[in-house]
Design a protein around this ligand. Structure first.
Ligand SMILES: Nc1ncnc2c1ncn2[C@@H]1O[C@H](COP(=O)(O)OP(=O)(O)OP(=O)(O)O)[C@@H](O)[C@H]1O
Length: 249
């Protein structure tokens, strides 16, 4: 049986007379990818912060495996745009940055060409990859991604969601991610927890996508085929095309 890394029991949190989290329990094991899904304001980011120990609950408990290495990609990270800062410089600010690791993750996420570029001149998709690189610097055992595809076009979203199980396999880590679109993450996740303050339903993505509680929140969406193909080259950021090892991207 896989080792349990995080366990939350009966979490309840109120803010300004509103119940943001209502009696939520969940468990996360090594190697598992768990996706939190739900409408705006349903408590996804709050739950993530509670699981990470960044917010306190009114009732309930969170247990994390002692010494767990965590990589966190927050939903928002505001940088002062008067601060001159390159991507490499930004990553070097992380206390986990070790020589070679920054280059390794920039290369792995296909953004090596951005190392000397100003962080203020990145596209939404590039910035998300830089934030992901930052979360990977300490080779986390638990990777937490709060809306990792924000500001990314649909093709970029599919690529990022393909990357997440690969990273899980490479690092052997567990992943918790927040998403708005079940159909886009279906292939990349083992378990879905559908939130609306409380847990509306949870389970394998195929089960959740037909659960009446999920359908009453999101309606019946046209099923999106998850298209994959083998590709023998990569399109680099500077525009040139490069053959790839193993023949797939
Ligand atoms: N400190 C706070 N004080 C008051 N209300 C708060 C506080 N933190 C969160 N909330 C409220 O709790 C609810 C859940 O917020 P949260 O950011 O967790 O939602 P979310 O599901 O991540 O939303 P989104 O999909 O829009 O990012 C919202 O209605 C928010 O306004």
């Amino acid at each position: 049986m896989a080792t349990e890394l995080v366990r939350a029991e009966q979490l309840t949190l109120e803010r300004q007379h509103k119940t943001v989290l209502d009696n939520i329990s969940l468990s996360l094991s090594a190697g598992q990818i768990l996706t939190l899904i739900g409408p705006n304001g349903c408590g996804k980011s709050t739950l993530v912060k509670v699981l990470l120990g960044l917010e306190k609950v009114d009732r309930g408990t969170v247990w994390r495996a002692p010494g767990l290495r965590i990589g966190y990609m927050p939903q928002r990270l505001q940088l002062d745009d008067r601060l001159p800062l390159t991507v490499g410089g930004f990553l070097a600010l992380s206390r986990h940055a070790k020589p070679g690791d920054i280059e390794h993750w920039l290369e792995r996420l296909n953004i090596r060409a951005l190392q000397q570029q100003s962080v203020h001149r990145l596209s939404g998709g590039e910035w998300q990859r830089v934030l992901l690189a930052r979360a990977l610097l300490n080779r986390p055992q638990w990777l937490v991604l709060d809306e990792p595809v924000q500001g990314v076009d649909v093709q970029g979203q599919l690529e990022l969601y393909e990357l997440i199980p690969q990273l899980r396999d490479e690092l052997g880590c567990a992943v918790v991610m927040v998403s708005h679109d079940l159909h886009l993450v279906m292939a990349a996740t083992d378990e879905v927890v559908c939130l609306n303050g409380h847990v509306c339903c949870s389970g394998h993505p195929d089960q959740v996508s037909v659960d009446p509680a999920y359908l009453s929140l999101f309606g019946r969406q046209p099923a999106m085929a998850h298209y994959t193909h083998h590709h023998d080259h990569a399109h680099c950021l500077d525009g040139h095309v490069e053959p790839t090892r193993g023949g797939s991207v």
